[in-house]
Design a protein around this ligand. Structure first.
Ligand code: NAD
Ligand code: ZN
Length: 391
């Protein structure tokens, strides 16, 4: 007779708590934001720190490395900067070249960065994803301060808990769940960001407003002209509210490390991820999200889930913000005559595993999860985008 196994149950919870600061000029001499969030003025021995800077940011702001060095050099309430800021490539390059993770590991190990020390990452969402992976795996995790420099990184990925690099040509295949020590959103970086990047990041705000916050959606509509003109105060509020909604989902959504099959904030993203990769990243993530959001809003109406008229409202807002809601890849068909973008649904499911779970829309401010999408209705939603483009 087989003996029953003895099972000792292990169970504990870990609380995460990190600050997300909103400021301007975080490396200016009088700005105490970094010191406040690092919170190590009284720590002995004085902690150590390395700073990695996105080359794209550094080339738009040639004085940045000197400003960072001066900031750390003149403030005794900050850790000791143990080498000059180190530039690394930004954009998808840093996520596609795995050897760069090894280079960052070596810098961290060579300079005595331990678990009481800090890595500061200044860059776009791709850069933060890659530095985050290096920081979360060196010594099993050193303290990471993120300084996101794009609208998308400040209002979405930069305030979240994920790191990633790409592998075998596919996005985010390797990564960790690793909350940061703190985040400093500095609006000055957005002023020098190319207009296309600033607009692209607004798609995540429309997305999260649609599924979580009707009042924010109304505000986006009434502020669309100022946002399209890239008015700094309007953009700053968009970033702030969007970041808060993403943070609330992580803290209160019940599944911060995505162990279930749902991706509740990824409205419009199954098509977006597919369009991004089919376009070989010529479409920016936010540009693809805008198309995906318009597509899935129309789908929600066709499926009888959302009231007719909402799709026109959403499309009009996205277009007023500067998005084009069409890409020729939407018209491409596979050998069986199906839109190629439909393959994105299965890829979306595969990333998490388990049952397909897609967020759709019930009304402005209310997202709803479904476990299947109808190919024919997706085709009709694409036809609607095509007809609008042609009009
Ligand atoms: N971890 C997450 O939860 C999460 C969430 C959303 C997106 N992401 C990832 O974020 C990435 C997209 O990030 P992104 O939209 O911030 O773009 P990005 O990081 O690809 O940056 C775009 C370009 O802008 C440059 N750049 C960045 N900041 C700049 C500035 N202030 N001035 C001038 N140039 C600047 C970069 O060097 C790069 O060339 C994707 O890889 C995506 O997968 C991660
Ligand atoms: Zn997104």
């Amino acid at each position: 007779m087989q003996q029953a196994a003895a099972i000792v149950r292990q169970r504990f919870a870990v609380t995460y708590d990190y600050a997300v600061a909103f400021t301007r000029g975080c490396f200016d001499p009088g700005n105490g934001t970094l010191a406040t969030v690092m919170d190590c003025a009284a720590t002995l021995p004085r902690p150590r720190c390395v700073v990695f800077v996105d080359l794209g940011v550094a080339s738009s702001r040639p004085d940045l490395a000197a400003a960072i060095t001066a900031h750390f050099g003149t403030r005794s309430d900050l850790p000791a900067l143990v080498l000059p800021p180190r530039m690394m490539p930004g954009g998808e390059t840093i996520k596609n070249e795995a050897h760069l993770i090894g280079e960052m590991h070596d810098i961290i190990l060579d300079h005595g960065i331990d678990r009481h020390s800090y890595v500061v990452a200044v860059g776009g969402g791709a850069f933060l994803d890659a530095v985050g992976l290096a920081a979360s795996t060196a010594h099993r995790g050193v303290r990471l301060i993120r300084v996101p420099t794009t609208v998308l990184a400040q209002n979405d990925g930069g305030v979240g808990v994920k790191t990633a690099i790409n592998r075998r040509g596919a996005k985010n295949q390797i990564g960790t769940f690793a909350p940061p020590w703190a985040v400093v959103n500095d609006a000055d970086f957005l002023d020098m960001l190319p207009a296309r990047e600033r607009i692209a990041g607004m798609a995540e705000a429309v997305k999260v407003a649609l599924i979580r916050d009707a009042a924010f959606f109304d505000w986006l509509e009434t502020s669309a002209h100022r946002l399209a003109a890239l008015a700094p105060e309007a953009l700053a509020w968009l970033v702030r509210r969007c970041a808060e909604l993403h943070m609330r989902q992580i803290a209160q959504g019940g599944d911060p490390f995505e162990q279930g099959s749902a991706r509740p904030l990824d409205f419009g993203h199954w098509a977006a991820h597919k369009l991004e990769s089919l376009s070989r990243h010529h479409l920016r993530h936010g540009e693809a999200v805008a198309i995906g959001v318009a597509l899935d809003t129309r789908y929600s109406v066709l499926a009888g889930m959302a009231p007719a008229g909402i799709e026109e409202r959403v499309a009009t807002l996205l277009e007023r913000l500067g998005f084009r809601l069409w890409h020729p890849l939407l018209a491409e068909r596979d050998a069986s005559g199906q839109p190629v973008v439909l393959a994105g649904l299965e890829e979306f499911r595969e990333h998490l595993g388990g049952r397909l779970t897609v967020t759709l829309l019930e009304a402005v401010g209310i997202g709803v999860e479904v476990n299947a999408m109808d190919d024919v209705l997706v085709g009709r939603a694409i036809d609607w985008l095509a007809a609008r483009e042609a009009a």
